[in-house]
Design a protein around this ligand. Structure first.
Ligand code: ZN
Length: 831
């Protein structure tokens, strides 16, 4: 077994390990005092595990620079380490195993990430483990169902904030060094333990609630952190306000007191995901610290993420899935709760609007890929687990829970959740454990519901046959749904009727009054593609933006986009609707989605011969609206303009003028300036000197990343070749710098410049997969996939690489399917 294979733990072998091992405690001693010295690549880590065993040997997981010492029940043992697993022999019934090792500081966001801020030279550390990178920091049993009580002891430079899941128990101050010991945790899975250390900027607060039995109130200290150089942009008050609102809400809704002792939220650099729900210590992407102007939709998105992670304190952390097959048990619920709690407890009362437009689009997209899977998935190993943090597990799962709430009622749904927490606190579960509680609370047998929604793939497409007076669904499922009827009244489209019904079979009779627009799945209760009939489409073309209810507009935008992606609605007709109605779209989240979808449609779905004309029309719309609109809408249009300007230089001179300080209709913050410069670079209107000058205005981590992109975007064959080589071979690139390099390489209308690399792509990906970490390899495989006009090379690679790792094949199959859809939809456009 290679180290790469040894690292890919399987469901079968971890299940076997769990039957013979019962973990009690893990003491982890980390020495992070070397972190400020960039010449030091590693840190020492010592783990002491106590556990019972019913077998004479097992293995403990570790990835890092070296394993130096293994002590089993007081006896020194030879180090038997294959790069991923440490063989442990000589086990008794009760065991204490100590492992001393050296871990590596990470540049890929996996394990213990080290970041040095170019503004002030300060080093910042944070850990990120899910699904299986705790073993990059400590020797451990890397599987969710071996929970243990952890004690972290961290040596770090004096003056740093050092955080972990629990409150600090004691601090020893030395000269220039502090050793922080944290209180022992309650039982935790390894993937949700965490350590954060660095000179972070700190804001503190408190949340308190009367206790559930009327005794001592519960008091939880709150902390919010970001890098010191971002402190001036950090709106901690809003973050803490949402936090208190969320804790109040969940405390009531879940009927189980907040299970952990602290609630720290840290916004960290070069983060691979939106956020991670480590109990008591949630980590977030720094993109949520708004350096410049931000829209209400961005604030809503951040609040949603805060509440999503907070829901995990119960769903996921308190009760944890047994294995990654049931990842949905936490992610679907947290995704649902993010929107539900936003609407119920915060100022973002219309959170379900964004859910309908954005999250569901992600679900519909993922569910039409060849790699789609049931919400309850089959995850044989860790590589499969890593790729399953997808639109099915999150957004489809949440959509289906929304349908479940419509089916059993909100009260029964939350009652089921309360019973589930009471019964399984600090344990591990599977689907059946949840269904039992939901069935008990609702008095309904959910076996059929589960079979129809959790254990199948794909979705129904629902249409209304006006002649027959029937709802018609493909791929029939039981739906609880609403149908809205809208008619023109004084120049606006007004809902005149709303009918709720159950749909079971392929055709269901439904008498509706005569209406200009029939909106299937109004209220967004179910999960399905809802089509607009021709008369409804005509009404939408005329009056979409006159509909007062943003939620209804969200569903119409969604129906239009699904039909465009399927080639049923011609892309140019869709784009005409966007140009006509997006300028009047008052919901910033819907406007943002419409502008992003329009740009995508121009690039992917419009027929080749019509593309130049559509590029121009879209650029002019964004240009005009950047001048006409105000507030958040203007910011959305300006960002859309920056994206569109990378494909056409019609306004290059104007934009150069804006950057030089004249005539801009909108204040240009640092991020918008970089976006405009990237567009100018892609069309050949920005030089190396321009990029250097911009960096002197914004010499920050974000600025340096943006500069990489600007430089790599120059439309010059040598520049692009250099970016290509750097992306594949420069192993010192961080995750963010790799993305910037790839973004620059692909910027603008550049196919002619980069098509020559297609063959090399297919020749490289397999070695890359085995040599690089999965996070970096995934960015390369998806980011550099050729935007070719034929599927032949994809098919050839798949045929020749039948034996490639399943996770790599999944990525190539998905990218191939995106390309196949592009080609198919373009083909369907006619002339
Ligand atoms: Zn989550």
């Amino acid at each position: 077994m290679s180290a790469h294979e040894a690292a890919n733990l399987t469901r079968e072998e971890t299940a076997a390990r769990a039957t013979v091992i019962s973990l009690r405690t893990v003491r982890v001693e980390l020495d992070l005092t070397t972190a400020p010295d960039p010449a030091r690549t590693g840190f020492t880590t010592a783990s002491t595990l106590t556990f019972t065993a019913s077998a004479g040997e097992t293995w403990i997981d570790f990835l890092g620079e070296s394993v130096d010492r293994v002590v089993v029940n007081g006896a020194e043992r030879p180090v038997e380490w294959d790069g991923a697993r440490i063989r442990i022999t000589g086990l008794a019934d009760d065991n204490e195993v100590r492992i001393e090792a050296v871990g590596a500081y990470s540049r890929s966001g996996e394990g213990l990430h080290r970041f040095v801020d170019p503004v002030d030279g300060q080093a910042y550390l944070y850990t990120q483990y899910e699904p299986a990178d705790a073993r990059r920091v400590m020797a451990c049993f890397e599987q969710p169902d071996l929970k243990g009580r952890y004690t972290f002891v961290v040596a770090a430079p004096a003056g740093w904030h050092v955080l972990s899941n629990q409150a600090v128990a004691k601090i020893d101050q030395g000269i220039g060094v502090q050793t922080v010991e944290f209180a022992e945790t309650l039982p935790l899975s390894s993937y949700i333990t965490a350590v954060v250390a660095g000179p972070y900027h700190q804001v503190t607060g408190e949340w308190s609630r009367p206790s559930h039995d009327g005794a001592e109130p519960q008091r939880v200290p709150l902390g919010a952190y970001c890098r010191a150089s971002l402190a001036e942009h950090f709106d901690a008050d809003e973050i803490l306000e949402i936090t208190r609102q969320g804790l109040d809400f969940y405390d009531d809704a879940f009927g189980f007191p907040y299970p952990w002792s602290t609630y720290d939220q840290v916004f960290v650099p070069e983060y691979n995901l939106g956020a991670m729900e480590n109990p008591g210590l949630v980590t977030f992407t720094e993109a949520y610290v708004f350096r410049g102007a931000s829209t209400e939709a961005q604030h809503e998105g951040r609040a949603n993420t805060i509440l999503h992670e907070m829901a995990h304190m119960w769903f996921g952390d308190l009760v944890t899935m047994r294995w990654w097959d049931d990842l949905w048990l936490k992610e679907s619920f947290a995704d649902y709760m993010g929107a539900h709690a936003s609407a119920a407890a915060t100022r973002f009362a219309d959170a379900w609007v964004s859910f309908a437009a954005r999250r569901k689009a992600w679900a519909y997209q993922a569910d039409q890929l060849p790699s789609t899977h049931p919400i309850v998935a089959d995850i044989p190993d860790l590589e499969a687990a890593k790729l399953n943090f997808d639109g099915i597990t999150y957004a489809k799962g949440a959509s289906v829970l929304k349908q479940l709430v419509a089916y059993v009622g909100e009260d029964a749904f939350f009652e089921g959740a309360r019973r589930y927490f009471q019964r399984h606190a600090y344990g591990n579960t599977t689907l059946d454990d949840l269904l039992v509680e939901l069935s008990g609370a609702s008095g309904r047998d959910l076996t059929a519901w589960s079979a129809a929604w959790l254990e199948t793939t794909g979705m129904s497409t629902i249409t209304y046959d006006r002649t027959a007076g029937e709802l018609v669904q493909t791929d029939p499922r039981p739906h609880r749904l609403a149908v809205g009827c809208y008619s023109r009244v004084d120049g606006t489209l007004v809902r005149t009727d709303l009918v709720e019904t159950d749909l079971l079979d392929e055709r269901t009779a439904l008498e509706l009054p005569d209406a200009d627009l029939i909106l299937i799945n109004d209220l967004d209760l179910t999960y399905a593609k809802a089509r607009l009939d021709e008369r409804s489409l005509a009404a939408v073309e005329e009056g979409l933006s006159t509909i007062e209810d943003a939620h209804a507009r969200a569903l119409i935008w969604s129906a239009l986009w699904n039909a465009t992606r399927d080639g049923e609605l011609p892309a140019r007709r869709y784009l005409a609707i966007v140009r006509h109605h997006a300028p009047a779209e008052g919901h910033i989240g819907l406007l943002t989605a419409a502008t992003l979808n329009a740009a995508f449609a121009v690039g992917h779905y419009v027929a080749d011969d019509a593309r130049p004309e559509e590029r121009t029309a879209w650029l002019e719309t964004t240009w005009e609206q950047t001048h006409r609109s105000t507030g958040g809408a203007q910011l959305v249009w300006a960002r859309a303009l920056a994206a569109a300007a990378a494909y056409s230089d019609a306004h290059a001179a104007d934009l150069q003028g804006w950057l030089a300080g004249s005539d801009a209709p909108i204040g240009l913050d640092a991020d918008l300036r970089w976006s405009l410069l990237a567009a100018l670079s892609a069309t050949g209107h920005a030089t190396v000197l321009d990029a250097e000058k911009e960096l002197t205005r914004d010499d920050t981590a974000t600025g340096r990343t943006a500069q990489i992109r600007v430089l790599a975007a120059r439309p010059d064959a040598d520049v692009r070749a250099e970016a290509w080589a750097s992306a594949w071979t420069d192993t010192t690139l961080t995750n963010d710098h790799l993305d910037a390099t790839i973004g620059g390489f692909r910027a603008g209308e550049s196919r002619a410049l980069i098509a020559g690399f297609d063959d090399e792509y297919f020749a490289r990906i397999r070695d890359t997969w085995s040599e690089r970490s999965i996070e970096i390899a995934r960015r390369l495989v998806t980011g550099l996939f050729p935007d070719a006009d034929s599927l032949a090379p994809v098919d050839a690679w798949l045929a020749e690489n039948d034996d490639a790792p399943a996770a790599l094949r999944r990525l190539v199959i998905e990218q191939g399917d995106h390309l196949a859809r592009d080609l198919r939809v373009r083909e369907a456009q006619g002339s």
